[in-house]
Design a protein around this ligand. Structure first.
Ligand code: AMP
Length: 413
């Protein structure tokens, strides 16, 4: 026998209960986001590599080592999308959405691809629900995005949720702060992990993310970006927090919050769940006022969130799922009744009932056992003596005319 083939490392199949849970999550997302004026967008699974290199940032982990990139059309380089914001901004530009009333509000539920080390809650193909509001820098937009994700997490039943929020300010303030932080890190090089030292030039802010104890000690006393914000950015952040307070959403201001993607400006936020292990982030996002310019458009502010479908469901735990109620189970005694049974089940479904036919080649006795297990409300039995219909709720069984089964089910007879 030849070797069986398995799904690639870091990918998974969605089966049974999980499929139902994911459908419910999608319905929750649609309800919450469309009520707030977000309309669905689906972008291609792959894009020009340059979109992510320019949009997400050359120095990020995602672009440096996690992208699935391939060549096509001669020397054109494409990449399986590792995130949703840059593609949505590309679509905003490509479809001239700046002509629509701003902000343009879009949401998606799609799969994304990152070559990460697989572990619990970290996959190479995973799904995210995301929302983007493009074309306004009003702090109310920031607060709305945060609030909508909070609502989604509540609807999904994600447990032990904590919200941290910060501000990265403007790119100019960040450049000045970056230099200050680089100076501080160089002065403490001996105490830092080798990885952090190797990235002082490229991405010093990531030092706040490190687990290394020496680095953590150094970072406790490091200068904070939040203290270096320009007055208008500090004001913007204060207004975002005031809106969250007005909406009654609990949050912690975190001066060390950095996110893995380069495009963020001003507001950044993250929801984590105590119910998860090391990969505790369920979703987050922020403002990306420079992104559209990065990818060749005019200056256009934007704000969004992305939340991991698998993480949200993991942190929600198993939710009871009600099986689809079965109206009719069609059983038959002997092969000569198969065609009539097949037709009855098909007719019942066409008439809008949930109906199932015996397909496992079981004896009549076996079929009736199956019918019982299936929780069907009615069982029709086709045999030499005609058709009988059993009401599984009352236990009553009677002989009926074959073409009246549907009327009986509907209670017309
Ligand atoms: P990010 O786009 O990195 O800000 O991620 C947003 C959310 O997507 C995270 O909070 C996770 O819930 C989820 N996520 C990111 N990367 C992965 C992954 N490799 N596997 C599963 N979920 C992920």
């Amino acid at each position: 026998m030849s070797r069986t083939i398995q799904a690639p490392r870091g990918t998974f199949d969605v089966l049974g209960e999980q499929a139902l849970a994911r459908e419910r999550l999608e319905a929750d997302a649609r309800r919450i986001l469309e009520r707030a004026g977000y309309s669905r967008i689906e972008t291609p699974t792959f894009e020009a590599t340059e979109l992510f290199a320019r949009g997400v940032g050359e120095s990020t982990d995602v672009v440096q080592k996690e992208m699935y990139t391939f060549a096509d059309d001669g020397d054109q380089s494409y990449t399986l999308r590792p995130e949703g914001t840059a593609p949505v901004c590309r679509a905003y530009l490509e479809h001239g959405m700046h002509k629509l009333p701003q902000p343009v509000k879009l949401w998606y539920l799609s799969s994304f691809f990152r070559r990460e080390r697989p572990q619990a809650g970290r996959y190479r193909q995973f799904w995210q629900v995301g929302a983007e509001a493009i074309g306004s820098d009003d702090p109310a937009v920031d607060a709305e995005i945060v609030l909508l994700l909070a609502e989604l997490l509540e609807a999904v039943g994600t447990k032990g949720v904590r919200l941290r929020i910060g501000s990265l300010g403007s790119p100019e303030a960040r450049v000045a702060y970056r230099e200050q932080l680089q100076g501080y890190l160089r002065a403490h090089e001996a105490e830092l992990s080798a990885e952090v030292v190797s990235r002082i030039d490229l991405n010093p802010l990531r030092a706040f993310d490190a687990d290394h104890p020496g680095t953590r000690r150094v970072m406790e006393r490091a200068p904070r970006l939040l203290d270096a914000l320009a007055p208008e950015d500090a004001e913007h952040f204060a207004e975002v927090l005031a809106f969250l307070d007005a909406a009654g959403l609990a949050h912690e201001v975190d001066t060390t919050l950095v996110r893995g993607l380069d495009y963020y400006t001003r507001t950044v936020f993250e929801f984590t769940s105590d119910a998860l292990g090391a990969q505790s982030g369920v979703g987050g996002g922020g403002r990306y006022d420079g992104l559209i310019e990065q990818i060749g458009g005019p200056h256009t502010p934007g704000m969004g969130f992305a939340a991991g479908v698998e993480r949200m469901l993991m942190a929600a735990g198993a939710q009871p799922t009600a099986p689809v109620p079965l109206d009719l189970y069609v059983a038959y005694a002997g092969a000569s009744h198969r065609a009539a049974a097949f037709r009855l089940a098909a007719d019942a479904r066409r008439a809008g009932h949930a109906a199932r036919l015996e397909l496992g080649g079981r004896s009549l006795k076996g079929q009736l056992k199956q019918a019982d297990r299936s929780g069907a409300r009615y069982v029709a039995i086709l045999g030499d003596e005609g058709t009988s219909l059993k009401d599984m709720e009352t236990g009553e069984q009677r002989t009926v005319e074959p073409d009246t089964v549907m009327h009986h089910i509907r209670g017309d007879l």
